[in-house]
Ligand binder design. Structure first.
Ligand code: NAP
Length: 285
């Protein structure tokens, strides 16, 4: 991958804290290089308390836009001049375009997940879905699943209050507890199970104490994990061994990045082709 720098090259970046582990620069620069776009995508650590100052600096420095990861996604909401519907709905911004010193906030996470699901031939419309988790990623996924027309969505989260708060969005949503018996009961009638917790993630996510609840899941149900590193979590490995269709979080990661680049460049991109290209560059195993 080689990004050619010119005097006209527009700057993009990802901000966060921590952020140096981010795959976004590799994904975006691979696509930028392949398409010959006049952009460069950098990695910028920004502490939470520095966000307003950094926004002013980014405007002054002529940044075209940026992506945001923790801890900035929620804080950005009130700092935008305009928000798209998904950013408003999730109360979270992962993509910002800067035009004429105005900040336009978007959230491409939910769309990225839904597109990945549909690309795997899994249409959630009319399905009974169980989602484990109620954090930032789960919220985007949950609300997008409801918008996509799921029949029911049960949220199981360790902290029950967070699941209950999320359920205020729609009548099709309800909560279950996170203990093995409750999980077993929740999944026993599901068509689709999604893990949106950080359990299974490399680098400190921890592991499920027990994934035997998968034995209660109907055989035709698909199992998705938002975790993409490792490519196959213990949950997905067990689900696969039990004969379920499985999907990891890589498609969501790549799609949300491509949708963000569509906002930055104001062009429609060939999502499947670019996804394959970036996936190859990442070489996740
Ligand atoms: P977050 O906001 O910190 O939420 C973490 C979630 O995991 C919460 O529901 C939390 O439950 C739960 N959790 C954490 N430790 C747990 C434990 N020991 N037992 C039970 N539940 C536990 O994080 P996030 O941003 O939503 O990210 C969640 C996962 O999604 C991460 O693995 C992340 O890598 C992945 N992700 C993937 C993509 C993608 O593009 N594929 C995008 C974003 C995130 P409590 O509410 O009880 O704390």
């Amino acid at each position: 991958m080689k990004v050619e720098l010119k005097n006209t090259t527009k700057k993009l970046c990802v901000i966060g804290d921590p952020v140096l582990h981010s795959k976004s620069p590799l994904i975006q620069n691979t696509i930028i290089s392949a398409l010959g776009l006049d952009y460069i995508y950098l990695c910028q650590p920004v502490k939470r308390e520095e966000l307003p100052r950094w926004l002013a600096a980014a405007k002054a420095a002529g940044y075209a836009g940026f992506n945001a990861t923790m801890p900035h996604k929620e804080d950005l909401v009130t700092l935008m001049d305009e928000l798209d519907e998904d950013a408003k709905c999730y109360g979270s911004v992962n993509t910002v375009c800067i035009k004429n010193s105005k900040l336009y906030g978007y959230n491409t996470d939910g769309r990225g997940f839904l597109r990945a699901l549909l690309d795997e031939g899994i249409d959630p419309a009319g399905k009974r879905v169980v989602l484990l988790g109620a954090g930032g990623a789960s919220k985007a996924v949950a609300l997008k699943l409801v918008q996509a027309g799921v029949k029911s969505l049960v949220i199981c989260n360790r902290t029950e209050e967070k699941a209950a708060a999320l359920c205020a969005y729609s009548d099709v949503m309800s909560t279950e507890l996170f203990d093995p018996a409750s999980l077993r009961r929740a999944v026993s009638t599901a068509d689709l199970l999604v893990n949106g917790t950080s359990l299974g993630m490399d680098g400190g996510g921890g592991q499920f104490d027990d994934v035997s609840f998968l034995e209660a899941l109907p055989k035709a149900a698909a199992v998705c994990d938002l975790v993409y590193y490792p490519a196959q979590t213990e949950l997905l490995a067990r689900a696969k061994a039990l004969g379920h269709t499985t999907m990891n979080g890589l498609g969501m990661l790549l799609n949300q990045a491509i949708f963000a680049l569509e906002h930055f460049t104001e062009t429609d991109l060939d999502v499947p082709k670019l996804r394959a290209l970036a996936e190859n560059a990442l070489n996740v195993s």
